[in-house]
Design a protein around this ligand. Sequence first.
Ligand code: ZN
Length: 354
Amino acid sequence: MGSDDLGCPVCLRSDATRRTIESAVPMKYNGSFENRTNLDSAYYIACPACGEFVVTHMDDVNLKSPPERSRWNAVHLSALLREQSIRPLPKFWLRDGMDPYGPLERTDLAPISLDELLTRWPRTVPERIDRTLCNLARLSPTGGHHILLDTRDTALTFAGTEKEARYHVTALLRYGLLDGKIYADLTPSHFALTPEGWARFEELTRGRSAAENPVFVAMWFGDKDEKTLMDGVFHKGIVPAVGRAGYLATRVDFEEHNDWIMDRVLGGIRLAPFVIADFTGHRNGVYFEAAFARGLGTPVIHTCRKEDLSKAHFDTLQLNHVLWDTPEELEMKLYHRIVGTIGRGPHPPQRDSK
Ligand SMILES: [Zn+2]
């Protein structure tokens, strides 16, 4: 192992530890004469600043190379990786550049491209202060827990410099959201969230799309002849696939035609970590719900019975649908699509829900 194989490829700290995972990720090789799938080795990085994440050997080299590094902001990337490590979510498989990889078979990683991750950087100062509070709340197992906070740890506080980190922490102290004292000599000190701090954390995290919330399922409920099939699609196809991937599934039952049903639909989509839209039967409601989710920036997985796809609307026909003949086929394919494109969820996998 040469010195190139040491340290963190994002912040370049030499005290980060790494573990090689052999044949970790599938790599597509699209040569001019062949199209095959290889496996690439990867590293599991544990960095005191950036937290824990996975990179392939190839991306590790790219991330550390000087010309490549000028393309992205290491401070931002470090903070965003750290935030994911603190949340109760799968660790990121950080992918640099184009998309040379096939669907991920591993169940414990959430693949994300470097550019996509960087779009999550909080753009305003109040947002950075809020996200700092959320990090500190998630590091506190109970109320009254004291966190040892070092303002040199700028990734934790979404800061570029120690001065900025101290500013964010001081703001939380002044708002009465945090209890503790910052020392002039930068000595690490203990802080605890105040009751107001916990209330603010709840306010910030409640009513938002989160992996812990139920996945929203938009689908046709079936006419007389198709009702049994579509019930099977939900209960034997979608629910077990979502459960096995570590999420919960919900659908709003259109049988109850109440006035407030649309509010429930829109609320459910707003909270969902992602939406599954099954286009079998081509109901307008499904197109509407999928489009609403896309507008919110929520990922949508499209599924459809094979014989129904040709009737799909031109705008969505070009999208990559999970095609199925039976609920069992849908279960298997959908599970892999969720894990491959969104990553594993925070709930324990449900294996016997069929
Ligand atoms: Zn790092």
